[in-house]
Design a protein around this ligand. Sequence first.
Ligand code: FEO
Ligand code: CA
Ligand code: CA
Ligand code: CA
Length: 642
Amino acid sequence: MASFPFLQNAVAVHRSRPDPEDSNRSANPTVYAVSCPGRRTLLQGAGAALAGLLAPLAAGTTGDAPLLGFASVPPSSADTVAVPPGYRADVLAAWGDPIGLPGSNPAFRLDAGNSAAEQAAQLGMHHDGMHYFPRAGSDSGLLVLNHEYVDDGLLHTDGIANWSAEKVRKAQAAHGVSVLEIAQREGRWQVVRPSRFARRITARTPIAVAGPAAGHPLMRTAADPTGRRVLGTINNCASGITPWGTYLTCEENFIDYFKPPAALTAHEQRWGLRRGSFSYYRWHAFDERFDAGRHPHEPNRFGWVVEIDPFDPRSTPVKRTALGRAAHEGATVAVARDGRAVVYMGEDARFEYIYKFVSRDPIQPGGAAANATLLDHGTLYVARFDADGTGRWLALRHGDGPLGAAGGFADQGEVLIKARQASDALGATKMDRPEWIAVDADAWVYCSLTHNTKRGDIGEPQVDAANPRADNAMGHIIRWREDDDVGSERFRWQHFVLAGDPANTRPEAVGNVQGDAFACPDGLWVDGRGVLWIQTDISNSAVGRGEFARLGNNAMLAADPRTGDVRRFLVGPRGCEITGITATPDGCSLFVNVQHPGEAPRGRNDPTDPQRHSSWPDQHPTGRPRSATVVIRKLDGGLIGT
Ligand code: FEO
Ligand code: CA
Ligand code: CA
Ligand code: CA
């Protein structure tokens, strides 16, 4: 559909910007259709318009063949990564592996004995959202990935015992984002070490603030009276990419890092600070800005979407406040017919919302430099799903309806900092934990609603048309099509799948159980052939128990959005969730993240526990389980999923 470009692949065109220092990166790169080495089809040059380029990709290149051509992987509780016959999965980059900083190459120590300074030169913990930015097409590129959080029981040799400033520094260094240069050598993917692109962005990296909330009084602190410079990004969950070649990393459960004040304001309560609770990560003990009693505005400086230029290691990341503050899961960019950028965002918390940002101006040719402020001007909307199958995007615009001074909003900056309160006032639909959002070639926009067992409880929101199950333990995927164009203020919606038991099938849900059952959808991504990939995150207090028992470890499935056929493609090791997915432009190398293998069912790992239930990927008797990026290839070098 020309007005709805297939952006996941479209960015390959734009992101290959000329780089005078980079002899490997062509100033006029080519883009390959979805076929693999030896069978490459030259499609178009870099000057091609997005829509014109992508329509053929979206339609697929395999003719009338079924979209899914692999044999389903059975459920498993083994401590390994399982993929279909004819495929292989290799670990590429695990927590603690050196990223290839020139002059600093600290090896990972199996006893977690690396220092904070060494951790800052190694991959962080708990990999999440990720994207492959091509340099030389599908043979080398930059792999950019988030590190969502840490398990201090695994991060330090003696866990949380003897808590210290060094441990806080190491935990902060294990957060944020990694930029890796990777390349295929002799048929195997490797991290390039050293690389001038290698970069860690951590919870201490200086980050600029831009957009309507930059400099706002609610953003100012003792350490930053300007309200325009924040140290770090945290709880980086899912991600996004822009057509101008940048990476969007999203700050999710930031509130867990703050020690609450003794008495809470209504604002602090609405954002999840709880009286008498403690900061799970204990940073406030040695970094006082995480004590919200002493620094009440510091929490306002997190919960943003952060834009990073991965090709410029010296660039300053920017918090884009025009996109609103939320426990952001991800940020998925589409392009309106008139060239404006549209950013879809879920807020993953019980009874929170789905957002859409529409830029004021169209995307300009010229890459990141030409679009450096594009995400600072535009309109933020929140979704209302009506019972008749239609929906409305409600603008979070200062002065409109309840969003004026009388409603407690002094200006647009305050509307954005208090986006939850603004969405409450507008009557938006409270959802069952919105996670990733993906857009397919038929202009359907999919959002996973991972689960919400509080739905229907006394004193909590009851079932509604869009969230139709009380005690929604298995989750669902909703989808909508915008009226006319992605910039529209109206849409029509339906359920794609109510996950879990096949008996949950609804007449309008095309997916579900014409294949393999799954639960708790989280990661969603549409590949270059139009396959909808679904990654699961069943909590480890539920894996293997009750109605979840037959599903095994967390998994990744492939769905044909047009037929609803769902097939299990990958099963992860014990205790993990599967999250983060990207591919090379040729569709022949698929990168997937395995997060928190060996997660204890409740709380942190015990560093002295010899019975830890996962030692993936090292399988070393005294080693620790490590989150890692896995690269999946077909043995015959063919397209993934066929
Ligand atoms: Fe970080 Fe909602 O997953
Ligand atoms: Ca997630
Ligand atoms: Ca999740
Ligand atoms: Ca997670």
